[in-house]
Design a protein around this ligand. Sequence first.
Ligand code: B12
Ligand code: SF4
Ligand code: SF4
Length: 364
Amino acid sequence: MSISGTNMTDLNSTLRDVASTEGLHFFGAASLDVREDFQRFSEWLRESRHGSMAWMTNHLEIRANPALLLPGAKSVLVFGFSYSLGDHWLRGETLSPPKIAQYARLADYHKFLRAKLSRVQKSLSNTLGTEHQWRITVDSAPLLERSLAANSGGGFIGKNTCVIHPKMGSFFLLGEILTTWSTPLAATDTSPSRHRPREESGGCGTCKRCQVHCPTGALDEDYRIDARKCLSYWTIEHRGEIPLEYWPWIGRYVFGCDICQLVCPYNRGLAPSEEARRLERLKETPDLIAMIGMDEAFYERTFGGTPLTRAKRSGLRRNALIAATVNDDMRVPPLLKILEHDDDPIIKLTASSAKRYLEQKKKN
Ligand code: B12
Ligand code: SF4
Ligand code: SF4
């Protein structure tokens, strides 16, 4: 078969080489038809499962029809970037001291993954000529990325709602290239499998480990999440106070949460990805008291260029204050007197709640 004089087998292998050099473990192509999943998404919004993420209700017409993002778009190329740093779930794990989710310990994927996809796209343009239009998105447009990934053959959607590749597990990030090219590319793995698949073809079967281990009951229905109960939502996306019922778990995960993936059999024995190690920025959780008291300079120096900036300085100080409080850090009580007069209203409120939390704990 030939497209603009290009042999498809050659194109697939060129793309495979470029993707592999970039540390992208998978690519596949899909049509832009996500109507069925858009119905699921609309239902999810109707039930207010998005909590305070009001931005999720914007641009619904694009989520329903991704072709609106690029005039004449016919298909999408989906890429997966494996980011495992080798975290594992140990039986009876306490996860103390407080952890940061694996993806967030790397440089900000919105930037490095976009740069990788940009190089891939250039190589495609070089091969195919200039007749096609392209648009790169990495969690930057209102797309149903998991649906597109599953449609491209990049994996299946698990009961924890993540896209899981049968051989690579679920610790990968997604990026897309929308194109006016009606691509006939086949789904392709670009790197050798890093562990033995549980099932060649994937699927959850009767497993429910993620639902059983989610500490807050956020995976209350198969393949559906209630973000309002998810630690990742509270520590990353939510602006404002965090209800006390979630505090004990923020003492385990101060930013994001990986529990429903760490317990998944598809991630068992997953080795760290070399490219992820290269992009690692935070090797350990910074001292919580230093985080609570951090000024702009400390914040920029420590978290600048990482996904943690999504929570802003205020959100990170709030999370650190909660984690230090529930972990009985002796430095917290004297600090609360100062924090109750902090310039940031969220810190003021969290400090008052921390005081109540500690008083209550003393009584019990
Ligand atoms: C909002 C959001 C969140 C929210 C809500 C999570 C959620 N599950 O919806 C919060 C803040 C909680 C969150 C957390 C995390 N997120 Co997030 N998040 C997003 C975002 C921006 C939108 C997701 C969305 O539309 N949710 C609404 C629900 C309804 O959609 P959905 O879960 O994608 O479900 C679709 C399919 O599952 C399908 N579907 C629904 N029901 C059913 C039923 C069946 C039977 C089937 C077959 C399909 C199906 O239809 C749905 C609509 O398309 C995407 C980026 C993007 N633009 O897609 C990243 C994204 C999903 N997040 C990602 C990551 C890495 C995470 C975290 C791991 C980060 C962390 N360590 O803390 C956690 C994982 C928590 C979890 N179990 O999902 C990655 C996931 C990669 C992957 N391998 O799946 C994405 C794709 C970002 C990226 N570009 O890589 N996230
Ligand atoms: S990320 Fe954590 S809190 Fe959220 S669904 Fe998974 S296990 Fe539950
Ligand atoms: S833990 Fe089990 S049920 Fe959950 S996503 Fe993994 S295989 Fe599916």
